[in-house]
Design a protein around this ligand. Structure first.
Ligand SMILES: [Zn+2]
Length: 413
């Protein structure tokens, strides 16, 4: 018996100490410029993946038998996280972004822009989440998470989103606690002057221990955003559509091009300013002066739906490229689309390339030239750099490959 134990012990030591085993990778991305803000990496490195996990980021990794992806001249980052998207697609007429025709299936649009995780922002409420899970979450290769709408019917549009009787903090929190895909609570589109929708969302957020994301405004005369930041939201709650300029919501930049002092104060206190570009919620007249004065968004997101994707917004990379051309550097833009959103939604296993992290990786080229970018009011800003997605890996598998980086040449079988 003792002999057997000693034998097993020695075998285990040999196994663990065997360098051949330790270097056995399934895929190595070689020679790319790795930007992994969580781990403070911003230089040429190799990334080794075994099955569905990142196992090593280092210089000159010996790929051995692994598949090699040559990423010279390209950027390698964690898979992008878009925390404001609309993916509860369906065929119900007049259901807007909750099982309706204006939301979009994620896989058709995410991987081609390096996005591996989306958070559907309020498409489903507690009454419709089961349908969303069955219809979208279970059938998508993209990781789909949810900000559950405080409205039980979700984002059905019209009068449904005005129904205070359908905003039940207790039921919302209960369904949020029961489903790990729910990472926060959404409140949106309410046009009354009551604070109840925001307060009930925060109550649900407290109860389920998740943040609240607020699409604020829609009320004339306008409600005070100062009051929103100081009296209603908590640090960690999210103010989306940060750079909107609407008749029904206070802008964050005043008429003189200055970011309002209480906005700067709110960000310092921990309110998250999210881009949520969308079809009507991003203006250069807000974003350019804000960035010039050093006020950057915490998170960059799309507000993706049929009304934004073919307008000025287009996709996550086009939105990130706008911020690059407005003065954020590449590291900051990547951080606002990977590690920052991961922290905001309390999913700290995502958004980085640490050893042991899930192998969600994006590879980009930086195109140089003359580009035009359009905002929600139809104005253009010119720029000279634009990110393009070359390849996306989700859970260790290549799910998008623009130029065949991962494929052998047809005549070299
Ligand atoms: Zn939205």
């Amino acid at each position: 018996m003792l002999h057997k134990i000693i034998f097993l012990f020695i075998s285990a030591l040999c196994f663990l100490g065997n360098p051949a085993y330790a270097q056995d990778y399934s895929m190595v991305i070689k020679g790319g410029h790795v930007i992994d803000p969580k781990n403070n990496i911003n230089e040429i490195m190799d990334v080794a993946i075994r099955d569905n996990k990142v196992v090593l980021v280092a210089r000159n990794i010996d790929a051995k038998q692994a598949q090699v992806i040559d990423a010279k001249g390209l950027y390698v980052t964690p898979g992008l996280i878009d925390i404001h998207s609309h993916n509860f697609f369906g065929t119900e007429p007049d259901h807007y972004l909750g099982n309706g025709l204006d939301a979009l299936p994620p896989d058709g649009f995410t991987f081609r822009t390096g996005v591996t995780t989306v958070v559907d922002a309020g498409g489903a409420g507690w009454k419709t989440f089961a349908t969303f899970k069955e219809q979208t979450i279970k059938h998508s290769k993209t990781r789909v998470l949810s900000f559950l709408n405080i409205v039980g019917e979700g984002m059905r549009g019209g009068v449904y989103e005005q129904n205070l009787n359908d905003m039940d903090a207790r039921m919302t929190a209960m369904v949020a606690r029961q489903n790990k895909e729910i990472v926060g609570i959404k409140v949106a589109h309410y046009s009354g002057r009551e604070w109840d929708p925001v307060d009930r969302a925060v109550e649900a957020g407290k109860s389920a221990n998740v943040p609240v994301i607020v699409d604020f405004g829609g009320t004339i005369p306008m409600l005070s955003t100062q009051e929103l930041f100081t009296k209603h939201l908590r640090p960690g709650d999210i103010f989306t559509h940060a750079f909107a300029e609407l008749a029904s919501r206070m802008p964050i930049v005043d008429g003189q091009g200055k970011v309002l002092p209480y906005v700067i104060e709110a960000q310092k206190r921990g309110i998250i300013f999210d881009v949520g570009h969308g079809g009507g919620s991003f203006r250069f007249s807000q974003a350019i002066p804000a960035l010039k004065s050093g006020f950057f968004p915490n998170t960059i997101s799309t507000d993706f739906h049929t009304g934004s994707m073919n307008a000025g917004m287009k996709d996550q990379l086009n939105t990130m490229s706008k911020f690059l051309n407005m003065g954020m550097n590449l590291q900051q833009v990547i951080q606002a689309s990977t590690w920052n959103p991961a922290k905001v939604i309390q999913q700290e296993d995502l958004g980085h390339l640490s050893a042991g992290a899930g192998a969600d990786v994006a590879i980009f080229s930086m195109r140089k030239g003359k580009f035009g970018f359009i905002d929600s009011s139809g104005y253009k800003m010119e720029g000279d750099q634009k990110l393009e997605c070359e390849l996306t890996i989700r859970d260790g598998v290549v799910v998008y490959d623009l130029n065949g980086l991962s494929r052998p040449a047809w005549d070299k079988k």
